[in-house]
Design a protein around this ligand. Structure first.
Ligand code: GLU
Length: 294
């Protein structure tokens, strides 16, 4: 077995609004997971979906994280500045015949995936084998999305999925994996709402490692944090109208109080009302954090 290198963790928020406490809690646990192991912790803004980006929210988000006492190594990476890298990866996959243009509308996909022998919502590969003439013809009418061919074991779970959207934006699935691989991330810690993406991301990461035989050969580990916060099962999300970090700050509550509140909700501590993020790192062990993962 190859020896694992040091832990490289990351937090990869989308700057689409203010950081609510649920996000902050995920950031805290991702940070703790890296720092308890004396590992590296990276910060990445996932701003490829430009229509959803809210100007200035990146700065507010970083300020909230700093206020809480979290730190990161190196510069903050912005995905919007790495588009040519995603393009290069797509070109590599294209050379290997692993991607293809897809001209289907949402309606086409809905109809095709509800046919007998299909799995609802899973793309059945309608455009997987179009010939060059057909592709040329359809390209004159509309711009295609780009899908990656998945192996049989993934056909029913996710089907060939989109890496580049018809509207010209790179898909989250592509950008996130390219960055995790290129940045040498060993451990992804994120909210359980993204657990469904893991199969797709593992597969893409595998393809990328295959292209880079000199690089790491071991897989990224994915960990998911439940989004339920309290004993009453209240979920911390914007939708449920829960606090933003800013509201907490505006109410004059301190960062150590919030660290303690979040750490109690994760069962990392008991009966403590305030402690700094650094004090928390020094008072817990890796196994305490692993217990939080689903
Ligand atoms: N940018 C994604 C989000 O904010 C998280 C990506 C990830 O952690 O894999 O929902």
């Amino acid at each position: 077995m190859t020896e694992r290198q040091n832990t490289v963790g990351r937090y990869a928020p989308s700057p689409t609004g203010d950081l609510h406490l649920g996000n902050l809690r995920t950031a805290l646990i991702a940070w703790l997971h890296a720092r308890v192991q004396k590992g590296v912790f990276l910060m990445r803004m996932e701003d490829v979906d430009t229509a959803r980006v809210v100007a200035g929210s990146d700065k507010r988000l970083l300020s909230d994280l700093e206020w809480l006492g979290l730190d990161w190594d190196g510069e903050v990476i912005y995905q919007s500045q790495r588009l040519s890298m995603y393009q290069d990866v797509l070109a590599d996959l294209d050379e290997q015949g692993l991607i293809y243009p897809c001209f289907c509308s949402r309606k086409d996909i809905r109809q095709a995936s509800s046919a007998p022998h299909s799995t609802l919502g899973v793309y059945p590969g309608t455009c997987a084998n179009l010939d060059a003439v057909k592709i040329n013809e359809l390209s004159k009418i509309k711009s295609p999305a780009t899908r990656v061919r998945v192996p049989n074991y993934l056909k029913n779970d996710c089907g060939d999925f989109v890496l580049h959207r018809a509207d010209g934006l790179f898909a989250y699935q592509l950008a996130v994996v390219v960055d995790d691989v290129k940045q040498g991330v060993t451990d992804v810690v994120r909210g359980s709402d993204l657990a469904d993406s893991t199969l797709r991301q593992r597969y893409l990461a595998q393809l990328m490692y295959r292209q880079n035989p000199m690089g790491r050969s071991d897989a990224i580990r994915y960990h998911h944090v439940p989004l339920v916060l309290d004993d009453d099962g209240n979920r911390m999300s914007k939708r449920d109208g829960s606090f933003s970090t800013q509201q907490w700050r505006d109410a004059g509550r301190s960062a150590p109080e919030l660290v303690a509140y979040l750490a109690r909700s994760l069962n990392l501590i008991d009966g403590i009302n305030a402690l700094t993020a650094n004090e928390l790192v020094n008072s817990i062990e890796l196994t305490d954090i692993v217990d939080v993962f689903m």
